[in-house]
Design a protein around this ligand. Structure first.
Ligand code: COA
Ligand code: AMP
Length: 653
């Protein structure tokens, strides 16, 4: 893979940044660094042991600390006299609704809902699945769980019933919180039928469901199991019932967030209570450079890790105002909506995925809509979730005239592994790089044998154990899968499954995954999971799914099918069924629209499908004929099949 040009842009000189000293302290004296960071948090019992290497799979942070996330995110700000400060600006261009919720109002709502959860039998340690759209009630739900020590697991609305079912099966929730519908620009997504279907699929049955009825669609409630959110809220409110924050061990789980692995079975990333708060709180000032009272907008979805950390927990822990945006970067109503929101709420920092910018750039390349709005409050634009292509970064930089800061992280880490520490004094931005390691992350680029490589050498990116606070301690009830999947290949390290290199200034460049995960419009998806769906079709003998380059979404999945002999229906019909099947089993978010029937798949002599070479052909990248290929002409057939669909610009062979 070629190494992109590094283009420093004008920023403060590195020597002005407090980053080098802070980073060095975090590695050489982690107890001092994280012990100081922990002072920004309220504890019922202050932690005396900052890190215990003997606890958990690779050690645990703040093992003897006792605290509560909801108290820190809500109650403490009210107690400090900031009850009148806006906690949430809810802005929903898809419904026309807008609502500002102060910290005092947030406390009332969260306290009341926590009381309702208690009434429904939810106790500390119980799991609660939240399957909800981007509405304030979803935020209340997450915080209410945190208040009473219930472990929430939010499922993104774009997943199908089967994906929801597999998460319910794994998390075994006592309660499911949902809403009657989500709203996509093109349609209303009725959530309740999907939830009902998921509950027929899962063998685990929650005791109850609490459903928030939205005016756009009324859900049918099942007597005895389903409860109307508004009625229970109203009676708890009228009776003044609530629930106080429960003191929790710093190591108690706050949430489980499922993410794609290499199979169709999602991985339950566990997030702890204390370490997560300490890391997030540090990041708001150290990384994002945002102060209490300022407006921080993460244009993501609460179903993703970015939504958990930077729509909800981090801004609220820092006493900032967060923006809950129920819309899209384009089409709700136009490509100016991001800039309208920035003007309206005086947003200081915007965090989004490059795909959102590419969508805006496509609609408004000259930035004409941008010029209609006052964006003077915006200091920085942060990007993450997928590789930020230099064209898009340069476009945004030029049009917005603010630094565009790429940073790299994963669901597993909960916050940035690498970035540009704006709060400590920004380092020169190199377009194409995701910046330098954040405190506590010791990053090495390893060769296949696990040996560290020098500057500018491409390899597997690994993080030396222990992972810093905020990162996953394990997978939900699967220590073994965690160890096998992340810690076994490179002993002493966490394997990120990303490949890339570090330049001579220590800046990191993320070039792609080493496994079969693809990134579609900033959404992480497993091609292995898609192949399981394709293989389940009765006419399919063999299949392979690869991610191919897409101008807007970065990557889109492309499935190749070999049909069973004797199948007498047309390939086009079966391809359409396959497309529908992936939508039904995984969900619309998979954006699976390309299925191509071929006579055979290219393989090595030992039978391994050559997915990597197929991808290079589709992306018109240079490729070498694998020495172990069974029949070289099989790759030509793939090139021809892609060409016939107009999916390759040139034949790269
Ligand atoms: N509930 C139900 N369906 C959803 C959904 C949700 N919460 N989110 C997306 N979908 C559906 C969409 O309606 C679409 O369905 P369709 O096939 O019927 O059109 C499908 O899933 C794919 O959605 P998406 O990938 O969002 O594509 P899009 O064409 O609708 O929009 C972008 C393209 C670029 C505007 C959009 O992907 C975007 O805003 N991306 C930013 C992603 C992001 O912020 N990620 C967080 C990481 S930081
Ligand atoms: P997720 O767990 O959904 O946050 O996806 C994590 C993956 O997205 C990472 O392992 C990377 O492959 C990719 N990713 C996230 N941020 C970046 C970035 N800034 N640059 C390149 N890839 C990224």
């Amino acid at each position: 893979m070629s190494i992109p040009n590094s283009m420093p842009i004008s920023m403060p000189a590195p020597q002005e940044s407090r980053y080098p000293a802070a980073y060095a302290q975090s590695i050489e004296h982690p107890d001092i660094f994280w012990g100081e960071a922990a002072r920004a948090i309220d504890w019922y019992v202050e932690p005396r042991t900052i890190f215990d290497p003997a606890a958990g799979v690779y050690g645990r942070w703040f093992v003897d600390g006792v605290t509560n996330v909801c108290h820190n995110a809500v109650d403490r700000h009210v107690a400090a006299g900031h009850g009148a400060v806006a906690a949430i600006h809810y802005d929903s261009p898809v419904t026309g609704a807008k609502r500002t919720i102060t910290y005092a109002e947030l406390l009332t709502e969260v306290n009341t809902l926590a009381g309702v959860l208690r009434d429904l039998g939810v106790e500390k340690g119980d799991r609660v699945v939240i399957y909800m759209p981007m509405i304030p009630e979803a935020v209340f739900a997450m915080l209410a769980c945190a208040r009473i020590g219930a472990v929430h697991s939010v499922v993104f609305g774009g997943f199908a019933a089967a994906e929801l079912a597999s998460r319910i099966e794994d998390a075994q929730p006592k309660l499911v919180l949902s809403a009657s519908c989500g709203i996509e620009p093109s349609r209303i997504v009725a959530y309740k039928p999907l939830l009902d279907l998921a509950l027929t699929m899962a063998t685990h049955k929650p005791e109850a469901c609490l459903v928030f009825q939205r005016p756009q669609t009324q859900a049918q409630l099942l007597p005895g199991r389903d409860h109307d959110w508004a009625s229970l809220r109203a009676s708890a409110m009228a009776e003044g019932r609530g629930a106080e924050p429960v003191p929790l061990a710093a190591t108690d789980p706050l949430y489980i967030l499922y993410t794609s692995g290499t199979t169709g079975k999602p991985k339950g990333v566990v997030r702890d209570t204390g370490g997560y708060m300490v890391a997030l709180r540090w990041s708001m000032s150290g990384l994002y450079g945002v102060e209490p009272g300022e407006v921080f907008w993460s244009a993501s979805d609460i179903g993703w890790v970015v939504g958990h950390s930077y729509i909800i927990y981090a801004p609220l822990l820092a006493g900032c105002t967060t923006v809950l945006f129920e819309g899209k970067p384009v089409g709700t109503p136009d490509a100016g909506v991001f800039w309208r929101v920035i003007e309206e709420y005086r947003v200081s920092a915007l965090f989004t995925a490059p795909t959102a910018l590419r969508a805006i750039k496509k609609e408004d390349p000259e930035g004409l809509l941008m010029r209609r709005y006052d964006r003077s409050s915006l200091r920085n634009l942060f990007l993450a979730g997928e590789r930020a292509d230099p064209d898009t970064v340069e476009w945004a930089q030029a049009k917005l005239a603010v630094p565009v800061v790429d940073h790299w992280w994963q669901t597993e880490t909960g916050w940035a592994i690498a970035g540009n520490p704006v709060g400590l004094g920004a380092l020169p931005i190199k377009i194409g790089s995701t910046g330098v390691p954040m405190p506590g992350y010791q990053i090495d680029i390893l060769d296949e044998g696990g040996h560290p490589l020098g500057a500018n050498r491409m390899g597997s990116i690994a993080i030396k154990l222990p992972l810093p606070p905020g990162c996953l301690p394990t997978l939900w009830r699967q220590d073994f899968r965690f160890t096998e999947g992340y810690l076994a290949e490179f002993p002493g390290y966490y394997k990120t499954a990303d490949a890339g290199f570090c330049d001579e200034d220590g800046q990191l460049f993320i070039m792609g995954r080493t496994d079969d995960i693809i990134n579609v419009a900033g959404h992480r998806l497993s091609t292995g999971g898609m192949e399981e769906v394709l293989a389940a079709h009765p006419a399919v003998a063999e299949c392979a799914v690869i991610g191919i380059h897409d101008e807007l979404k970065g990557e889109v999945p492309c499935g190749f099918l070999v049909l069973k002999s004797g199948v007498d229906r047309s390939p086009a019909l079966i391809e359409a069924e396959i497309v529908a099947l992936v939508r039904e089993r995984i969900g619309p978010v998979a954006a699976f629209r390309i299925a191509i029937t071929v006579n055979r798949l290219p393989k090595t002599r030992s039978g391994k499908i050559l997915r990597g070479t197929m991808k290079k052909i589709a992306d018109a990248q240079a490729w070498n004929m694998p020495a172990t290929i069974d029949d070289p002409t099989s790759l030509e057939e793939i090139a021809d099949a892609l060409h016939a669909r107009g999916l390759t610009k040139v034949s790269a062979a």
